[in-house]
Design a binder for this molecule. Structure first.
Ligand SMILES: *Cc1c(COP(=O)(O)O)cnc(C)c1O
Length: 376
């Protein structure tokens, strides 16, 4: 079977291999059979291994849902009574965490920081100094809206000095950039199968400290479906998800993990870096500007500022390249028109060079002058 290969430059789901796509085509199976459980156990271990956790210290808990389910679950399940959630808000994904806290009416300390530079560690430490009732600190590892890399290791170091654990949303960095939970002071991280591991949508997972999850047994239960301890406990006792898992997506994830370990952490990161370098070459050649300085970027997302050319029309350019197999995506920065090119998925620098040719054609076809123009 021939499957058309699309190059997805949007921030997930990402381009997958045909072997991952085809892994979903399996005989019908009831997920309560031992045959299915025998897939879940090694998968839970592999997911911990990707961020270099040891089995004694860290575990992984899988859920059926998109990546946001992990933000919801960690925030609502890991806050003890009488404690406050501390969220560092410097982008649209940390704003989502703030919204989750508000939806659950959690006592919240929100520290707003600029979206285009690293947050102030001094201001973060001040929050710890002046509040002795913080349950956890939450920070987005890589803000996918802008491409910003947060100093998670440093924030975790401060948190640990004050006896507080750290939750970080690694959805757009996990299995992309090498992450080590010990070196980076990470107590909880998360991702979904459609991003770094190059699987399908509908399966998400939290990797976190076993001792804290076990302690959270006595924390207030704020959700029935989205509770971390309950799902963990069910896995530990039965080896399966509490409710129906996304069966075919699990088969795809199994294949994706085989391919992840075959490619290897370093080689994969090098490939993504090659893709990002090719993205930046095109940005520079056509005269585009990025919203963020490259020195603060994670190297996985480029947020490109709309040029001031009156003929620039994102929708038209999008449709032109889309018809030719390339998907680009609008940005998430308020007040400023941007679009994003992401280095996720099973793509290479050669794909990006091909992309820029088509993109340049699109600019010419829509009458945008090259190099592109900015008024100031
Ligand atoms: C993709 C992503 C998520 C999850 O988004 P969904 O739309 O729920 O899949 C969460 N956090 C970050 C940083 C992401 O990039």
């Amino acid at each position: 079977m021939e499957i058309k290969r699309n190059i997805l430059l949007n921030p997930g789901p990402s381009t997958t291999t045909d072997t991952v796509k085809m892994a979903q085509v399996v005989p019908d199976i009831c997920p309560r059979e031992k045959e299915f459980q025998s897939i879940m156990a090694p998968m839970r271990e592999d997911l911990v291994r990707i961020v270099h956790g040891k089995k004694e210290d860290y575990t992984s808990v899988l859920f059926c849902g998109s990546g946001t389910i992990c933000i919801d679950i960690t925030l609502n399940s890991l806050l003890d009574a009488g404690k406050k959630a501390f969220v560092i808000n410097n982008g649209s994904y940390s704003q989502r965490a703030v919204d989750v806290c508000k939806a659950y009416n959690l006592p919240l300390i929100e520290l707003k920081q600029p979206i285009d530079t690293a947050p102030s560690l001094a201001e973060i430490e001040d929050v710890f100094k002046t509040n002795n009732d913080i349950g956890y600190v939450y920070v987005t590892y890589h803000e996918t809206g802008t491409g910003l890399l947060n100093p998670v290791k440093e924030i975790g170091e401060i948190a640990h000095r004050y006896g507080v654990f750290l939750i970080t949303d690694t959805t757009s960095a996990y299995a992309l950039r090498p992450i080590n939970v010990y070196d980076e002071n990470i107590d909880f991280c998360m991702a979904s199968a459609q991003k770094g591991i190059q699987g399908m949508t509908g399966l998400s997972f939290i990797v976190g400290r076993k001792d804290i999850i076990e302690k959270s047994k006595d924390f207030p239960v704020r959700s029935y479906y989205c509770n971390l301890f309950m799902q963990y406990d069910f896995f530990e006792r039965t080896g399966e998800m509490h409710f129906t898992p996304p069966v075919q997506t699990v088969y795809a994830a199994k294949q994706a993990l085989i391919e992840y370990f075959e490619e290897g952490e370093e080689a994969k990161w090098e490939r993504h870096t090659g893709v990002m370098n090719a993205i930046r070459e095109g940005v520079d050649r056509l005269g585009f500007r990025e919203a963020l300085d490259r020195s603060v970027q994670a190297g996985l997302v480029s947020a490109i500022v709309y040029p001031d050319d009156p003929n620039w029309d994102f929708e038209k350019v999008h449709d032109y390249v889309y018809e030719r197999g390339f998907t680009i995506y609008p940005g998430k920065i308020e007040k400023r028109g941007t679009f994003r090119l992401c280095a996720l998925g099973m793509i290479t620098d050669a794909d990006i060079r091909e992309f820029w040719k088509v993109f340049e054609e699109a600019l010419k076809a829509t009458g945008v002058s090259i190099p592109v123009r900015y008024d100031k």
